[in-house]
Write a protein that binds this ligand. Sequence first.
Ligand code: APR
Ligand code: ZN
Length: 254
Amino acid sequence: MTSAGIGQARSLVQGAQRIAVLTGAGISTDSGIPDFRGPKGLWTRDPDAEKYSSIDFYLSDPELRVRAWQFRLSNPVLVAQPNAGHRALVALEHSGKLQRLVTQNIDGLHLAAGTSPELLTEAHGNTREAVCTACTWRGPMSETLDRVRAGEADPACSECSGILKSATVFFGQSLDPACVQEAFDAAATCDLLVCLGSTLAVYPVAEMVPIALRRGTPVLIVNAERTEFDESALVLRGSLSELLPEIFSGLSES
Ligand code: APR
Ligand code: ZN
């Protein structure tokens, strides 16, 4: 990592008033949650694993659902704690410069670190809740996991007997339009877009980058490996939990 890069990143942040941040799985790997496309990513290690996150396979294969519920019981998300990267974004919020934090992550670590819920858009949902795929029922994931621990291998909805899943967006499902609008509005009105720990390969959330670029808004990317938009951004290579405290430190509280 060049110190020039950090100096440039710090001056971009200090010069901005309305910063939109987009985070991906890379901000949570130092909390013990694997990413998807990095060297030890879930999809990198097992290309078939993506199936578990596809709504069609999930709804049609009871065996897959039983394995998915067993995975949820031992999901690293259940014990993960925020790291210095998540905390650096709370410091950015306390400086008054954070306009919106859009995350693709479902681990809840931004909320756990102290990011204000009203500034956070969980574009791909969360694992805190379970939802029914056939009616509007939703409830705490912990209660549904208790049913699995008590022996229900594939618990059905208590309201309509429909199939239950986590409140995350599966492949083949559309995102909540309100979340997409929040993300696009943030990209269109911010004066700096900061992309952290994402390959920026998955839409519609990745559209935030071209939306900002079309308005001439500077884009800062911090990521261990290359992303789809490196050519049009200031790019810092390195570990987020090391770099973010350096980039966001010393901001005056507003
Ligand atoms: N510091 C910096 N970068 C890191 C770190 C780290 N500690 N750990 C991982 N990375 C980088 C990886 O090199 C990778 O380029 O973070 C990036 C994570 O990219 P992806 O695994 O593609 O994750 P993400 O961009 O969030 O994926 C988007 O795809 O599978 C779907 O719904 C899922 O929300 C996810 C979406
Ligand atoms: Zn139901």
